[in-house]
Design a protein around this ligand. Structure first.
Ligand SMILES: NC(=O)c1ccc[n+]([C@@H]2O[C@H](COP(=O)([O-])OP(=O)(O)OC[C@H]3O[C@@H](n4cnc5c(N)ncnc54)[C@H](OP(=O)(O)O)[C@@H]3O)[C@@H](O)[C@H]2O)c1
Length: 268
């Protein structure tokens, strides 16, 4: 129970990585605020949280794209807890499409959720974080956030933005004593692939060998205890990301070999 007394807000807590994070934090003694759009799914997650005072954990139905819904949710957090020690920005959606298949509205929805929603939630939660104890923000990126990838360009771009936000924000908020961490999970077995925009029905990833959401949740917990600027859950992708900056042609070859026959190495 090393998190006893800490107050955490987890967005995207109704499913997948966010739900696993809420479970682990509750087991470690945190008071958890679960936020997502589906109230029934949030209540389902809360019902599974380790026993204790049920009022310790709050479910707040809100869309991270809506400033008024987020403001109302944060007012409830303020009234219940007075401050926040940990903010986990996990709400996010996927997109599997080649550029020629991209449609404006799903693209706007992706960026409004994964980038604007995350950034403005950081802004809106600042007052609560200022009143937190050793406050930490963990923003969920992805291993494709440091290396663009064919067939998922829009999603990878949204996650690249999460890295950029973390790089700037950890310096902006250094004077506040707020640690900002970017966490890049690898392929993780969740429902994200079922609901994502996929106009050409591109093959979903093979989830055999995918990480369990509990592994990502453990990384969130570790970051709250010992914050680091960036944590990638696949060393090979971290190396590929770095290689893409100083040897992009070599990085392309490695990536195409890894992805298989559907893609070709650029010749010019
Ligand atoms: N699964 C992977 O392989 C993987 C890998 C790397 C990074 N990630 C990242 O990890 C995060 C969690 O993904 P996941 O795999 O756990 O997916 P998931 O199971 O589909 O969960 C996504 C969560 O985000 C919430 N959400 C989506 N849009 C929202 C909105 N507008 N407002 C509030 N909540 C919203 C969903 O809840 P509601 O529908 O109830 O709103 C749900 O709780 C995402 O940021 C994702 O990009 C996932």
């Amino acid at each position: 129970m090393r998190g006893a007394g800490r107050r955490a807000l987890v967005t995207g807590a109704s499913s997948g990585i966010g739900a696993a994070t809420a479970r682990l934090l509750a087991a470690e003694g945190y008071s958890v605020v679960l936020l997502a759009r589906r109230a029934d799914a949030l209540e389902g997650v809360r019902a599974e949280l380790p026993a204790g005072d049920p009022a310790q954990h709050l479910c707040l139905a809100a869309d991270v794209r809506s400033r008024s819904e987020v403001a109302a949710a944060l007012e409830t957090v303020e009234a219940a807890h007075g401050g926040l020690d940990l903010l986990v920005n996990c709400a996010g959606i996927g997109c599997r499409a080649r550029v020629e298949e991209l449609e404006p509205e799903p693209l706007r929805e992706l960026l409004a959720t994964n980038v604007e929603g995350l950034l403005l939630l950081c802004r809106d939660a600042l007052g609560l974080l200022r009143r937190g104890e050793s406050p930490v923000v963990v923003n969920l990126s992805s291993i494709v956030g440091r290396r663009g990838i064919p067939g998922q360009i829009a999603y990878a771009a949204s996650k690249a933005a999460v890295h950029s936000i973390g790089e700037g924000l950890r310096i902006e908020w250094a004077g506040e004593g707020i640690a900002v961490c970017t966490l890049a999970p690898a392929l993780t077995a969740t429902a994200i692939f079922e609901s994502q925009h996929n106009p050409a029905n591109l093959a979903p990833p093979d989830l055999r060998g995918a990480d369990d959401p509990a592994r990502v949740a453990r990384a969130v917990l570790d970051l709250d205890r010992r914050p680091v600027p960036e944590l990638s859950l696949r060393r090979s992708w971290r190396v590929l990301g770095a290689l893409s900056s100083f040897a992009p042609r070599l990085a392309d070859r490695i990536l195409v070999r890894r992805l298989g026959d559907a893609w070709r190495v650029p010749s010019r």
